[in-house]
Design a protein around this ligand. Structure first.
Ligand SMILES: C[S@@+](CC[C@H](N)C(=O)[O-])C[C@H]1O[C@@H](n2cnc3c(N)ncnc32)[C@H](O)[C@@H]1O
Length: 271
């Protein structure tokens, strides 16, 4: 095998091995994380570490899990969820009651389950379906189990905690009636085809890790994945700088709409 001399060589090899294109992630942050993992694994260079991850499946899993950064919480940034509940969902539901919802970069499940609990204010659980995707198979396994510590529940209203969770040995388990509303799937935002005709797409605290070039591509894909009138909900540090460049209408901070039709949608996008 030819020697891997530097970070750029390393990420090319990782792309061949995993289909994850690390050149699309902000290099300073990613390099720092990878370098620290390499020294934690007692490897002295990229070459040595690469050999280890190609021969030890557990190390490869650890590598993918480490570089994808999976922190999450129920109702992370609660004020934004209040806007979703009080303004965005009622408006979308004026024209359609059967919502197609996609949560991209769902990590360990706190976000799609928060969406289900929010939607339960509007319709019976049996009618709610959320597609939740992530590149990291390990987090999807945890999401399906639905077991959480106190910290992830910090922003969860007590009524919802009592209604939809049960406690066992200090851990909180989400009930099946909520779990059954979510379909989890592995999906790479950089390379896999996107769903279409979505009424609501939530992708929060994922795009911050990507380069400007990658974000430019992904915004276009998210726009196309929405139905006219559909809404894209981003994270609290992820405002789109020029939303109209992609066709989006900013409707509230962190919420962007694909216009219904050009005549009807004014500057506020009708929400
Ligand atoms: C910080 S977590 C965000 C979790 C949740 N959305 C939230 O805001 O609490 C970022 C997630 O993005 C996922 N991710 C990173 N790169 C991805 C990619 N190319 N395609 C899909 N998911 C990706 C990671 O695996 C991780 O679970």
């Amino acid at each position: 095998m030819p020697m891997i001399n530097d970070y750029n060589d390393f990420i090319k090899k990782v792309y061949d091995l995993t289909d994850i294109d690390l050149s699309m992630y902000k290099p300073r942050q990613m390099k720092r994380r990878i370098d620290s993992l390499i020294s934690k694994n007692n490897s002295s260079n990229y070459n040595e570490y690469y050999k280890k991850i190609t021969t030890d499946e557990n190390l490869l899993k650890e590598f993918i899990n480490y570089l994808t950064i999976n922190v999450s919480q129920f109702f992370r940034n609660p004020a934004q969820w209040d806007i979703l509940r009080s303004n965005i969902i009622p408006k979308i539901m004026e024209s359609n009651e059967n919502l197609k919802m996609w949560n991209a970069g769902c990590a360990t499940g706190e976000e799609p389950y928060s969406l289900v609990m929010t939607m339960a204010d509007f319709m019976p659980l049996t009618k709610i379906k959320v597609l939740a995707t992530d590149i990291d198979e390990e987090v999807l396994i945890k999401a399906k189990v639905g077991k959480y510590n106190d910290k992830s529940l910090e922003n969860l209203p007590k009524t919802l905690k009592n209604k939809y969770f049960y406690e066992k040995k200090g851990m909180y388990y989400i009930k099946n009636e909520i779990k059954d509303c979510v379909v989890f799937r592995k999906h790479n935002l950089l390379s896999d085809p996107y769903p279409s005709n979505c009424d609501l797409i939530i992708c929060r605290n994922v795009l911050i890790y990507f380069t400007e070039e990658a974000k430019d591509k992904l915004y276009k894909k998210f726009y196309n994945a929405l139905k006219p009138g559909g809404v894209f909900f981003v994270g609290s540090t992820e405002q789109i700088i020029f939303p109209r460049k992609y066709g989006f209408i900013p409707i509230r901070t962190f919420f962007y709409k694909r216009p219904d039709d050009k005549k009807k949608d004014g500057a506020d996008g009708g929400i």
